[in-house]
Design a protein around this ligand. Structure first.
Ligand code: GAP
Length: 452
């Protein structure tokens, strides 16, 4: 867990992530994304949008509301099924998820067990309270994870609505609008990102599991007989996406869900798992949801959510393959994968974030060697800022300025020195190799564009 603590400390020190409501003593498990963190998160999101929406002909974007008609969540099954088995220790009031403490003890993934079965197994295995060590549990209670709120001024159950627990349903309820307004042909997909909320019983591990988080989800509509083929294609597309963002392949693995582990809507699911400092954990899921969601919304709304094949006039409800990735969880693995504490040849240490240059919050930093070179260095900086995410820094020793940029993962630092006045060139230092190269100022943009 030392890596997690080091990353958390860097996040606070360098403006990536701050504890939420910090000056009021915080609010448990809430986090605020600072200047570099919000930029990094946005860059990951932009890369996702470009890869899966802008660069493809079969994908569209959507931005649906967080607040939705509560019937949506009845239809989707969330009102009935989106619950965790909550247990309390009668001795010390510690609150746990029954399925999770059972999984930890037995080292298996359990699913499909009733609350009674979970309780009996916990008692058979004599799983004690992790806080006080007593074996004195309450019976599990189903705890629905959706946040409830009220619309309007009257706090009446008739006005009760939910904060969405996933972005996916916004896509299904807009299926008809999209079919009617856009000229789409199967297969096609709709992607959207945004906030989701879950009243998690056991949030934690920094931003791994929080109650407010962001998702980037895709619903890819296909003919039923083609679902398997597209499911496998999405697995390959996401392998490439992770490689493009410099996530080491050996830190990722695929885990196909057992039949009794599948969510209520899914006929096949695979998780991409990442090796976190606390062990392997879910990064994203790709699920074959069949026609479950559209069928449910047809039943509950009475609308015809169907597709008419323009060639054959055949009318049917498409199947859907859903790649669902958490943006904030992706942000965490980008940080964990990038972090390195390196020993230098001179015995000193440096902390470096090896972000992919595509998503680094700052792509290039410009320094004058000394303050009296500031005017010329500023001109170089201003010109680069038109094309790249650039930063100017004139304070402190040059070595310190390099260390600071290494810690925020800036791929290139440019120094304007006294020779620059004569040779119209600057020194470009590469973050990873620390090698320096002399480059003509007039060639800088082209030089950097080739590397970023
Ligand atoms: N529409 C399907 C769906 O929401 P999910 O597996 O519950 O599936 C998808 O969520 C992804 O969203 C997860 O793989 C994870 O990356 C992210 N996620 C889910 N709950 C989260 C939480 N409490 N905090 C942070 N990220 C979360």
């Amino acid at each position: 867990m030392a890596l997690m603590e080091d990353v958390m400390s860097l996040c606070k020190r360098r403006g990536f992530v701050f504890p939420g409501s910090d000056i009021y003593g915080g609010l448990a498990n809430t986090w605020d994304y600072g200047p570099y963190g919000s930029q990094l998160k946005r860059n990951i999101l932009n890369f996702w949008w470009k890869t899966f929406i802008d660069d493809r002909d079969d994908m569209l974007g959507l931005d649906s509301a967080i607040l939705m008609n509560p019937r949506v969540w009845e239809a989707s099954g969330h009102v009935k099924n989106f619950a965790d088995p909550l247990m309390d220790c009668k001795n010390c009031q510690e609150r746990v998820r029954g399925d999770k403490i059972l999984e930890e003890k037995l080292q298996i993934t359990i699913a499909g067990l009733s609350n009674d079965e979970i309780f009996n197994k916990i008692m058979d295995e004599k799983i004690k309270c992790p806080k006080c060590g007593k074996l004195d549990w309450t019976q599990p209670r189903a705890f629905n994870l959706m946040f409830k709120t009220y619309q309007g001024v009257i706090e009446d159950t008739a006005e009760q609505i939910y904060l969405r627990p996933e972005t996916a349903q916004g896509i299904f309820v807009n299926f008809k609008n999209i079919i009617d307004s856009m000229r789409v042909r199967l297969p096609f997909g709709v992607g959207q990102y945004g906030k989701s909320f879950r009243n998690e019983i056991t949030p934690g591990n920094f931003i791994f599991r929080t109650r407010e988080f962001e998702q980037m989800e895709i619903e890819y509509f296909v003919r039923p007989e083609n679902a398997e083929q597209y499911f496998d294609a999405w697995v390959e597309d996401y392998k490439k996406f992770f490689a493009d963002l410099a996530i080491p392949a050996e830190k990722l693995r695929l885990r196909y869900h057992e039949k009794d582990e599948l969510s209520h809507y899914s006929t096949k699911t695979v998780d991409f798992e990442y090796e976190f400092p606390f062990g392997w954990g879910e990064l994203m899921g790709i699920a074959h949801r069949g026609s479950y969601d559209l069928d449910q919304h047809i039943k509950f709304s009475g609308e015809k959510l169907q597709y008419r094949d323009p060639m054959t006039n055949e009318v049917f409800v498409p199947h859907v393959v859903e790649p669902a990735l958490g943006l904030t969880r992706m942000f965490l693995i980008v940080l964990l994968s990038a972090y390195q504490l390196e020993k230098l040849e001179n015995g000193e240490e440096r902390t470096v974030m090896h972000f992919s240059p595509k998503i680094a919050p700052v792509q290039v930093a410009v320094f004058p060697l000394q303050k009296d070179l500031s005017a010329e260095a500023t001109a170089v900086y201003k010109d680069l800022k038109k094309a790249f995410r650039a930063e100017f820094d004139e304070s402190g020793a040059i070595g310190k300025r390099y260390r600071r940029q290494d810690e925020i993962g800036t791929p290139f630092c440019i120094t304007f020195d006294f020779d620059s006045r004569d040779d119209a060139s600057v020194t470009v230092r590469d973050r990873d190799s620390m090698k320096q190269e002399r480059v003509k100022i007039e060639d800088l943009k082209e030089y950097l564009a080739g590397k970023l």
